[in-house]
Design a protein around this ligand. Structure first.
Ligand SMILES: NC(=O)c1ccc[n+]([C@@H]2O[C@H](COP(=O)([O-])OP(=O)(O)OC[C@H]3O[C@@H](n4cnc5c(N)ncnc54)[C@H](O)[C@@H]3O)[C@@H](O)[C@H]2O)c1
Length: 268
């Protein structure tokens, strides 16, 4: 029997990267998936791919930083699929303008918080009543190894650190409703975006890279096993979304090949 048979899930940022790979994995495991994505072409292409693979998918164009749009998308999901069991708040990322605190403009801080921290709150706020109605569910948030230890990107690190305590709070507040909340903290995952950003030697040479950026490139060369593919993160998300993880609640799981534990590089 498929591991997510009968479940309905939505995933944010599902047009690309980790969320797209996870939406495909959820669908292969029998879940019906709603794809919340800002980029129309990417969302349609993910929807078509999952349907071609025999899954049930519905693209809903959504800016997940907008409360009214999130509310609408959640309602559309329940209207189309009848219930809601699993939500994966995955859209996120850092901005190039996210630089040392005294050099950063306020807009960069707000935009980073909106995408990485406000959006999971908005999704939870509208989804939880439906999950309670379904008798329980699983919330999967996205942190980062940078949220565990700070970084040269202060806004992104603060948002991803906030996600961990938000996740613990969700777990505590909704355990009585059989709703679990966990977060995944990846390090380097080879999405199209990260490949373009980190494996582009021109960027490395042309942008006067910081010691941290140089260290990151070096680590990728030295420890290729610490660099993941979106499918590796999707496998963990399937576990968290399925009932197999019923005893896992309130945790942030580092999915980084061990990087946060034993690779003693102070500034990657
Ligand atoms: N890739 C990595 O190396 C890495 C490392 C650590 C943490 N993470 C975290 O994992 C998560 C997924 O990262 P990824 O690399 O797969 O992302 P990605 O950049 O590959 O994809 C993000 C998707 O989100 C969409 N999106 C952006 N803003 C949106 C908005 N306002 N509303 C709706 N959709 C929007 C984009 O169009 C895109 O399709 C993020 O939260 C990221 O911070 C990623």
């Amino acid at each position: 029997m498929a591991r997510m048979s009968g479940k309905v899930a939505f995933l944010t940022g599902a047009g690309a990267g980790i969320a797209r790979a996870t939406a495909r994995a959820f669908a292969r495991e029998g879940a019906k998936v709603a794809l919340f994505e800002l980029d129309e072409a990417a969302g349609r292409s993910a929807e078509a791919q999952i349907r071609a693979e025999g899954g049930e998918a519905l693209f809903i164009r959504t800016d997940v930083t907008d409360d009214a749009q999130v509310k609408h998308a959640v309602e559309r999901t329940v209207e189309a699929f009848g219930r809601l069991d699993v939500i994966m708040n995955c859209a996120g990322g850092s901005l190039q303008e996210d630089r040392p605190v005294h050099l950063m403009d306020i807009d960069t801080w707000h935009r980073t918080m909106a995408l990485n921290l406000l959006h999971p709150f908005l999704c939870c706020r509208h989804a939880i009543p439906h999950m309670i109605a379904a008798g329980g569910g699983s919330i999967i948030n996205f942190s980062s190894h940078l949220g565990l230890k700070g970084s040269e990107k202060p806004a992104y690190a603060a948002a991803k650190g906030g996600i961990m305590s938000f996740t613990q709070t969700l777990a505590a507040q909704y355990v009585g409703y059989n709703i679990r909340a966990n977060a995944i903290a990846p390090a380097i995952v080879r999405t199209e975006r990260s490949i373009a950003r980190w494996e582009n030697k021109d960027w490395l040479l042309s942008d006067n890279p910081s010691p941290a950026a140089k260290a990151r490139i070096t680590m990728q060369k030295l420890y290729p096993f610490s660099v993941g593919e979106p499918e590796h993160i999707a496998a963990l998300a399937v576990f968290l979304g399925s009932d197999e993880s019923r005893m896992v609640n309130g945790t942030t799981i580092a999915a980084d090949g061990g990087r946060s534990t034993y690779l003693k590089v102070s500034s990657d």
